[in-house]
Design a protein around this ligand. Sequence first.
Ligand code: SF4
Length: 239
Amino acid sequence: MNSPGVDPKELARIEAYFASPEFVTDDGDDDVFETALAADEAFKAWSEQNLAEHRAPGYAIATISLKSIGAVPGDATSEQMRMIADMAETFGHDEIRISHEQNVVLPHVRKRDLPAVFAWLQTVGLATANVGLISDIIACPGMDYCALATARSIPIAQDIARHFSDSAYAKTIGEMKIKISGCINACGHHHVAHIGILGLDRRGVESYQITLGGDHTETLAIGLGLGFRRKKLCRLFSA
Ligand code: SF4
């Protein structure tokens, strides 16, 4: 594909860095995956929520949620990071991608290896099956870590995730993007979330503006907002 104004040779040079790995042709051993789905409810739930279709037969795209309920969104311990690196080396053609949703993606995993991937994830507390659900919240560091913040982001995300910890209920709600920014710099992209939360300082009181109806996809939409003090915000989500 030629892009206007871009030297095709330069494009080819860059493309070479993103060459696909050589995928193994299906050798008929994919019933390992199907058998595990039938035998293990937790693996089935994780597969339904955290896997995406891959263009190569017998492969899947696996998203590792860094949103275990009540944890700091997007955080991983050194032990978890080592495990993810080992998994990428063992099962994922040495590739890891970090999504803007603050999760980790293994882009090329053979389906037959997914039960093992899931078992490894369980040992380090990374097997949460909530990708795309209401507890898969994007939160900026907010006042806990950022000198520019006017309100906290992380505790709000933790409270909401805990409130919707029932996975059956979260699935009933369906896909839901909550994004939280701790100030008007909007690093959490709250303005394009289904529910956006913007932290503000109103006369020394942590306050939040909620925006509704944003959309970060190609049909881009900016959410419309209402302001709340922190206590009222917590009551709103627990109503
Ligand atoms: S939105 Fe504000 S508080 Fe959050 S990371 Fe960006 S600058 Fe910091």
